[in-house]
Design a protein around this ligand. Structure first.
Ligand code: IPD
Ligand code: CA
Ligand code: CA
Length: 301
């Protein structure tokens, strides 16, 4: 077991690594990189791979006894009591298109030796760094969360109708994903839904009060581990869509400021039961109505 003196070094040391990694991402963005495809629209660049290598090397130097589980394939020392989940570049699609909204995400899980291999441990430290805004989001379990060293808290808003919320869409099995229905429904019931392209930053934004809530289907532990702790330590709540405990591998994440959480869980339940779905006109119906008003093109028969 790591003693508590060591514990308080996790975030400062990981922050130095995240800042170095972020600086590399900024350089890669400035120089421009080629995009490759991992899948249909699942993009990867030399920046993702190079920065994961950098983080792997640095974590190995600073925490030689910790495991590392990285998006780009790192699987080091996974039998250890502590494990870092690393996304070297969350927001690759933004990055590949020159959009300066992406981050480095690192979450540390404590896995006591008695834990079953498929059970979640406890996330104990988190660092998310946005190199383009120089924003460093950090948290330690039981000690609160900070943005650039200042304590941060979730927003005080109590109703979905006054909330700005966020979501994302997976880059794999896109045809099989129902999220557009939720996107539509939440758009009608809130100030709007942002699809900003970085799940880790979406969670960090819930934690610092910019978004009231965020949900997504099919994320991976490297996307959520750090943001999970940021949300909890900022006073928010994170669960599955039914309000049950959030699991790193559960592939459902619903995070909020806590105050709107029950309303969101209820809406998810209603929608999964096929209720509360506001009809949306098909493009054809829309074109026909417009044509009937003498506007726009008539739908072809
Ligand atoms: C993606 C981003 C995006 C989310 C996708 C993720 P990546 O991560 O977090 O916002 O909608 O589901 O895969 O590929 O940029 O690391
Ligand atoms: Ca990611
Ligand atoms: Ca990534």
């Amino acid at each position: 077991m790591t003693d508590s003196a060591t514990q308080f070094e996790w975030v400062p040391k990981a922050s130095v690594i995240a800042r170095e990694a972020g600086a590399r991402l900024r350089e890669f963005l400035a120089q421009g990189v080629e995009t490759e495809y991992k899948g249909d629209v699942d993009l990867v660049t030399v920046a993702d791979r190079t920065v994961e290598k950098l983080i792997r090397a640095r974590l190995g130097e600073v925490f030689p006894e910790h495991g590392i589980y990285g998006e780009e394939g790192t699987r080091d020392r996974l039998d250890q009591e502590y494990r870092w989940y690393v996304d070297p570049l969350d927001g690759t699609t933004n990055f590949a298109h020159g959009i300066p909204h992406f981050c480095v995400s690192m979450g540390l899980e404590h896995r006591p030796s008695t834990l079953q291999p498929d059970a979640d441990g406890t996330i104990v430290a988190a660092v998310i760094y946005n190199p383009m805004l120089d924003e460093l989001f950090t948290a330690e379990r039981g000690r609160g969360a900070s943005l650039n060293g200042k304590p941060m808290h979730v927003s005080p808003i109590r109703d979905l109708a006054e909330s700005l919320v966020a979501t994302g869409f997976p880059s794999r099995k896109r045809h099989d994903n129902p999220n557009v229905h939720f996107y539509h429904e939440f758009t009608l019931r809130s100030h709007g839904v942002r699809r900003a392209g970085s799940a880790a930053l979406d969670l960090a934004y819930v934690a610092c009060g910019r978004f009231e809530a965020f949900w997504e289907f099919n994320l991976n532990p490297w996307d959520t581990a750090a943001g999970f702790l940021l949300v909890e330590e900022s006073g928010g709540r994170i669960s599955d869509f039914a309000g049950g405990p959030f699991r790193l591998h559960s592939r459902e994440v619903l995070a909020s400021n806590g105050r709107v959480h029950d309303e969101l869980v209820q809406l998810f339940g209603e929608m999964f039961a096929g209720r509360n779905l506001t009809p949306i006109p098909s493009p054809r119906e829309f074109a026909e109505r417009r044509a009937a008003r003498g506007q726009g093109l008539k739908a072809e028969s």
